[in-house]
Design a protein around this ligand. Structure first.
Ligand SMILES: Cc1cc2nc3c(=O)[nH]c(=O)nc-3n(C[C@H](O)[C@H](O)[C@H](O)COP(=O)(O)OP(=O)(O)OC[C@H]3O[C@@H](n4cnc5c(N)ncnc54)[C@H](O)[C@@H]3O)c2cc1C
Length: 479
């Protein structure tokens, strides 16, 4: 049994690991060292914070800093001495460990443009990764009239939608020919651009930026086609890079991320890594669901509850969290290859659907616009079940007869194994069991299962299941 566990990084992965360790029996001392000055917060919800629909206290993570957990904020770890098994903090303190966990996350990429020094960005030029970034964006946005977002990926679009919601004339500048090119095909990108335009966001595509000039009064972004755009604020959303500096300096194997095996062990058996900083099986994750799944596995391994626990990646579903835009993308939807391809587009209504099916299984999908089949499509993709013969029902979201049904339409027809909360991998069966064990409100079921505590996108579905259970009980009682 591990006696002293030191976790470097108090982000979504580090804080969750501490909570998972706390939830398991055993005599161990857990120390969490976080460089940020804040208590752990839900980074995912920063996009929503930007819109003004929630306030700062709403993004605080509810993970308990309980008995046996020493949580320290504002404490950067500057070095790891693996032979002495200790870490050194910014103020020179040395802390010994029996097992070290790196949960150092990722940093926003500052593009190498003339006028941008990553160590000294102008006040009106802000990346979008941390709560402090979000505060700076909001401080500049307050009183500003216009903003440019550099980068038309998922986070850039969420930031742009948030700033437009605040009344800023917002322009997204993207270097390639269509938005979210990692998840969408060009046709879907075009429909999405149309939807954003209707919501007041201007899109500039296929125009690399060439330089930035910023002072106290505004920002100028120079483009490769010779134009310059002017605004009060420039938000940088140009991707993230795993924070591997500490691991690298400590001599651990690092490729794009800190290399880990199925048990999240690095090249040193006394050191593990998880979350955005880790590279498992050649892949970076960059999402909270895998980070939290890794935290469960690592807690089982470190506490000895299941020393043979293994992290197995699950299929990833990407959803855009922007009011007025429904978008879900999963698997290899944009690529070509063998199998069936079904598409439907109605750009005027902002609707696009694309399904890729191989061997009767869904291998990728893009659903843009209101599509009642989205829940069913996600479940089919997630569980690898055969798709129904009536493909049109899936594509167009018409009423589905037969084996599958949209969760929102009828929780009764959802299989128990259907995953309702993707971030925490909570199934309908787990929600039902929680309700049966006495949780009678949505909040109680959320507290009991953690469903809805990630991106929050499944809260309505959880509410629907609780309503359905309550109704079923009242019918039984009246009978
Ligand atoms: C605006 C936004 C929206 C997002 N939306 C989604 C979404 O909808 N769905 C989704 O799945 N994911 C989303 N993500 C990604 C998600 O937030 C990350 O996958 C998740 O935060 C990864 O957790 P982590 O703990 O590995 O890294 P982080 O949350 O980045 O935490 C790492 C922590 O380690 C600290 N640290 C680094 N080095 C040191 C050191 N040497 N000493 C001490 N502390 C250190 C950092 O300061 C940081 O606090 C979003 C991200 C952003 C920025």
């Amino acid at each position: 049994m591990t006696a002293r566990v030191v976790i470097v990084g108090n982000g979504m992965a580090g804080a969750r690991l501490a909570a998972e360790l706390h939830a398991r029996e055993g005599d161990r001392k857990v120390t969490v060292l976080g460089a940020e000055p804040h208590r752990a917060y839900n980074r995912i919800m920063l996009s929503t914070l930007l819109t003004g629909r929630i306030a700062e206290p709403d993004v605080e993570l509810t993970e308990a800093a309980g008995h046996g957990i020493d949580m320290r904020t504002g404490v950067p770890v500057t070095a790891v001495d693996r032979s002495a098994r200790e870490v050194r903090t910014g103020d020179g303190e040395r802390i010994s460990y029996d097992h070290l966990v790196l949960a150092t996350g990722a940093r926003a990429v500052v593009p190498p443009l003339p006028g941008l020094d990553p160590t000294d960005l102008p006040q009106r030029v802000v990346p979008f990764r941390t709560l402090d970034d979000c505060r700076r964006i909001l401080a500049v946005a307050d009183g500003a009239r216009s903003a440019i977002v550099l980068g038309g990926g998922l986070l850039g679009l969420e930031a742009a939608r948030g700033l437009a919601t605040r009344g800023l004339a917002t322009t997204v500048v993207h270097h390639t020919g269509h938005l979210m090119e990692r998840q969408l095909d060009p046709a879907a990108g075009a429909v999405l651009a149309g939807t954003l335009a209707r919501l007041g966001v201007t899109i500039q595509l296929a125009v690399p930026a060439t330089g930035v000039v910023a002072d106290d009064t505004g920002v100028r972004l120079d483009l490769a086609d010779g134009r310059s755009l002017h605004a009060d604020l420039l938000v940088l959303s140009c991707g993230v890079r795993p924070d591997t500096a500490l691991a690298q300096a400590a001599g651990l194997t690092v490729r794009r991320g800190v290399v880990v095996d199925d048990r999240l062990r690095t090249s040193d058996r006394s050191v593990s890594a998880l979350g955005d900083c880790a590279e498992h099986d050649g892949a970076l994750t960059g999402l909270v669901a895998p980070a939290w799944a890794q935290a469960r596995v690592l807690a089982d391994v470190l506490t000895g509850i299941d020393p043979l626990a293994r992290y197995r990646p699950r299929p990833v579903v990407t959803r855009l969290k922007a009011a007025g835009i429904d978008l879900a993308a999963m698997g290899d939807a944009a690529g070509g290859g063998p199998g069936e391809e079904l598409t439907f587009a109605d750009p005027a209504r902002g609707t696009y659907a694309r399904l890729r099916i191989h061997d009767e299984r869904l291998i990728g999908a893009i659903l843009l616009g209101d599509n009642p089949a989205v829940g069913t499509v996600i479940q089919l993709f997630d569980r690898g079940h055969p798709v129904p013969a009536d493909r049109r029902a899936l594509l167009l979201g018409r009423a589905l007869g037969g084996a599958v049904a949209a969760p929102s339409a009828s929780p009764a027809l959802m299989p128990d194994a259907a995953v309702v909360c993707q971030c925490n991998t909570v199934t309908k069966g787990a929600l039902v069991r929680c309700w049966r064990s006495g949780a009678r409100t949505v909040d109680a079921v959320v507290a009991g299962t953690r469903a809805g505590t990630g991106c929050g996108g499944c809260r309505d579905a959880v509410g629907g299941i609780v309503d359905w259970l309550s109704e079923a009980e009242s019918v039984e009682v009246t009978r």
